[in-house]
Structures are given as C-alpha cells and as structure tokens.
Design a binder for this molecule. Structure first.
Ligand SMILES: Cc1ncc(COP(=O)(O)O)c(C=O)c1O
Length: 429
C-alpha cells in the first residue's frame, strides 16, 4: 500500500470511519503529484510557474473570445482555469455555512469541510468507492431513485436490501427499517441510504418519524453495529407542511454515536436550480472525529475525485460563489420555493378527485418535486404509454405498480388539466 494511504489510515485508526472503509477506500490517498506541486508553486514560484497543464498568456489563462463574450463579468481565472480537486475553498466554506444555517441543530457539532463533486450522482459513487466492497449490503426503502441500482449493484457489486417505505397508515415504516437492520442484515456493517424529500414519492418524515428513525439507528449502533448513513439530500429544503422535519437527518446523526458515520451528499443541482452545472458536495460527520481525522477523510475523498473526474467545473463554482454572495440570493431562492409550493398545494387539491378511484391512488406526499400514484389492476407502464401516445403527456412508470408525476415541471395553470387527464386515462385503459 502507498505510504500516504498508510499514513491516512493511521490517522483514522480506531474510528468508525476506519472500520467502514472498503479495500479501495483504505488504499485511497491524495498524491503529492502535479496538483499538490502546482499548488505549492502558486505560492512560491515568483518568476515562472511551469507546473500545471494549462496555457497562459501574460499571466492569464488563454481562451477563446467567442466563449468569454458570454460571461463578461467573470475573471478569466474564474471561467477557464482548473478548480482545485476538492473544490474552490471559498465555495466550500460558503456551502458549509449554508448547511449550518439550514440545519441549525448542527451548530456546535463537528463536520468536515464539504468536498465539491460533479453532482450528487458523483457524490454517491465516490462514497460507494470509499465504503463499499463487493458483496456488502446497502439498505434503502423500496421507493428509491432508480440510479441507486446501477451505482450499488451494477457498479459496486453490492446487494440492495429494501424495506417498505410506507406502513399501512401511510406513514414512514420505521418498524420495517428496524426489522431489516436487526434481522435481515447479517454482520456488523450497515450501509443505509436515506433520501428526503424522496424520489419518487415526494415524502419526507414528520418530526416524530425522524425521531423514531434516529432512535432506531442509535439502538443499532449501541448493539455494536457499525453504521454508515448516506443522506441523499438532493431535494433538500422543499418541505411544504408544518409537521415535516425540516432539517437533514444528517444533522441528527452528526454526533449521535461513536458507531455511526454520517455522510451528507447534497448539492446545487436542485437546491440552486442549476441541474446541468454538475455541482454536488460530500460532508462527513461522526461523534468523536477530530479535525485531523476529518482532513484524512477529505484527503481520501480527494483521491477518489482525482482518479475519477479529477476536479469539478470551475465556471459553475465561480457562478455559484458570486450568486451566494449576491444580496438577493436568499430572496430568489425563496421565490422559487413559493412557486413550487403553490404547485404542491394545487396538486394536493386535485388528488382529492382520486379518492373514489379504485384503479389509481396517490401515495402520501408532502415535499420535493414529485408525487406517485399506486396503479392497481393495470400496469403502470400501460397507463404511461396511454398518456403519452394518446394524450401527449409524459410521466414515469416505476416498476409495474407506480406512476411518478414530476409536478415541479408543470406550470400551476396547467396542473388541473394534467390531473384530470390522468384521472380520465386511468378509467379508460
Ligand atoms: C434522489 C436523487 N439523488 C441524486 C440525484 C442526482 O443529482 P445530480 O443531478 O446532482 O447528480 C437525483 C436526480 O434526479 C435524485 O433524484
């Protein structure tokens, strides 16, 4: 094993993070190669800096005027240069401040500095690299973002174990989670992925359900299980009901138990409405982890980033830094939230029309971008195809029994028509 990896492993020795690392994770380190040497040169090479693989002219990155003309307000360095492997430091600090302000119960708890990745997908893959060995089990609710299968099963050769997301009262099925953690998962290591607001259902736990969930994880940890929880917070903040728990479960787990490592994967993708920018973050928290140990985890994550995408988009980071420091940033985000909430309220009203329908019924939803219908006596795919081919309406079928509607994509004025069409189609097919 490379010397630098051994040093990082030594720093982590005795922590939950060390116990959970995969073989690949144990081997990761951030080399003192080109990136580290050019960072050093940036400081000390006062005459000529001939380190990094870029082209400069009179101290500024060379570039095409045809590109520059469209972003006149950014400096050349903000547009064209490489970003550091872990992301622009200022951006990482701003994001950390924002995480704390959106999750006040994190105040006073330790976390790593967030590491910038190329979108949440890349964040999840990176964590999978660090912590999953072939054959490991990953626990997720049975309503999940389909890409998890490709990431965990196909790519990482792990085994996905699901538990029913809802109980018979339409609440988060924490009892099923507990049963899965205690009976189904063999061995010490547990990897759990939580995604609230959930894709595809659009459900987030109530305050009480969040507390139950956390108690269950604490119990598992107290019984000697070594638990890593990834909170996929892609749709964070889009909570529309008073009773909903409004922070990330990550905030509750951050200092819960020595046997729990919490990993927050979040990003600008949906939170800042920049889907194609490809900017996400990974943040670690664990009860007794020290600053030095957080740094060791960040170094390992940088090794994973360096060996996959090398670094994330610089122009996207620069634009987001400028936006986050802009005086109207919070107001603009609030206004986007209000538009989505109005759509949610309209859909809530519309789904009342489905109450007496025996063929399609809405699953509980209270947050995020989506709601899902449970389709009975028919295949969801047949309903989807009918809507698409006969009515010109695109939806997503999930497995054989569910139809997901991204009402976030439809203007409020069109929502009534859309839901009337779905109702009619369900009766017709
Ligand atoms: C639950 C969930 N996680 C992650 C992602 C991916 O985010 P990104 O586009 O930043 O990779 C999505 C996108 O649809 C999602 O629904």
């Amino acid at each position: 094993m490379e010397k630098l990896a051994i040093e990082l492993n030594k720093l982590l020795d005795g922590t939950i993070a060390a116990n959970l690392l995969s073989e690949l994770g144990k081997n990761y380190y951030f080399p003192k190669g080109i990136v580290a040497q050019s960072a050093e040169a940036k400081k000390y090479a006062k005459r000529y800096n001939a380190t990094v693989g870029m082209a400069y002219r009179e101290g500024s990155p060379m570039h095409l005027a045809s590109i520059k003309q469209f972003v006149p307000d950014l400096k050349n360095d903000e547009i064209f240069s490489y970003a550091p492997t872990a992301g622009v430091l200022e951006f990482r600090k701003l994001w950390k401040e924002e995480i704390i302000s959106k999750n006040p119960s994190l105040n006073g708890k330790g976390t790593s500095l967030p590491v910038v990745v190329s979108g949440l997908t890349h964040g999840i893959v990176t964590i999978a690299d660090l912590f999953i060995d072939p054959g490991d089990t990953v626990v997720i609710p049975d309503m999940f973002w389909g890409n998890y299968r490709l990431i965990f099963e196909v790519r990482k050769k792990a085994k996905i174990v699901t538990f029913p997301f809802f109980n018979s009262s339409g609440r988060l099925n924490t009892a099923a989670l507990e049963e899965t953690l205690t009976s189904t998962v063999k061995g010490k290591k547990i990897m759990l992925v939580l995604n609230f607001p959930n894709n595809p259902t659009g459900y987030s736990p109530t305050v009480e359900e969040a507390e139950d969930l956390v108690e269950i994880l604490k119990k598992a940890a107290s019984n000697g299980k070594e638990v890593i929880v990834i909170t996929d917070d892609a749709y964070f903040g889009l909570f529309y009901e008073d009773e909903t728990y409004k922070e990330s479960i990550f905030a509750k787990l951050a200092d819960l138990h020595d046997n729990i490592l919490a990993v927050k994967v979040d990003g600008a993708t949906k939170e800042n409405l920049v889907w194609g920018f490809r900017i996400g973050f990974i943040t670690f928290a664990g009860k007794s982890l020290t600053e030095e140990q957080y740094d060791a985890l960040v170094q390992k994550t940088m090794g994973a980033v360096r060996s996959s995408v090398s670094s994330s988009s610089k122009i996207a980071q620069s634009l987001l830094i400028r936006a986050m420091k802009n005086s109207s940033y919070n107001e603009e985000k609030q206004s986007a939230f209000s538009i989505l909430k109005e759509r949610y309220l309209t859909v809530k009203e519309m789904v009342k029309d489905f109450e007496s329908n025996t063929l399609v019924s809405p699953l509980p939803f209270n947050s995020g971008y989506f709601m899902t219908f449970s389709v009975k006596k028919r295949k969801a795919e047949d309903l989807r195809r009918y809507l698409l081919m006969n009515r010109g309406i695109g939806t997503i079928s999930v497995g054989t029994d569910y139809l997901r509607v991204a009402y976030s994509s439809i203007d409020k004025k069109d929502l009534k028509d859309l839901y009337r069409e779905i109702l009619k189609a369900s009766e017709k097919i």
